[in-house]
Design a protein around this ligand. Sequence first.
Ligand code: TYD
Length: 209
Amino acid sequence: MSRGLFISLEGIDGVGKSTQSDLIEQYLLGLGRKVVRTLEPGGTELGQEIRHLLLHRKGDVAPRSEALLYAADRAHHVATKVRPALSRGEVVITDRYLDSSVAYQGVGRDLNAEDVRAISMFAVENLLPDLTILLDLEASAAMARRKKSGAEPDRLEREKVEFFEAVRQAYLAMAAAEPARWLVVDATQTVEQMQQQIRQRIDQVLASF
Ligand code: TYD
């Protein structure tokens, strides 16, 4: 049986994570792997309810409450979906994981990034991805793409460009601090160029198992 492979995609809203996730899934299916595609918040039934509270409920959510709700979603997601799939030897591709909390709640919201990381690590019993892919784009460019898509913004997407630029810088700092886990992909490239870079790194990770 193959060893499970855990991949997370990160980046500010509007950088094209789902397009790249689709292509990663196709690639790994082509290698004969079983693939579970998932997301945070909302990768489980309970998580869908938490997602609704976080993104569509009217009224403010206190920053610590927000951080704990994301962590609650993540704890259930990892325990009931991610770990079981990995222990069956499958590939798990998640659109966002704990680095989203560190970047959005830890830095964007001005909580202590170390505290936010600590509650997430508690939530997931220290499970980190084998590979975290950061799709990097300036906040103003990502916002322009989002507007063009015409989608109705959720509660977080109504934040200002400065918020997203702070989140972006938090991601870049995390990637620089832990290069063995992270791959930074310049999201101004074409979809194909980005995917080629990602596939090369996936091959390297698989070869290292
Ligand atoms: P998502 O559905 O991935 O939005 P998008 O498709 O635009 O990337 O995520 C919803 C929002 O939740 C997104 O604005 C980022 C935010 N978020 C956090 O603030 N903290 C977290 O821990 C996670 C997982 C998401």
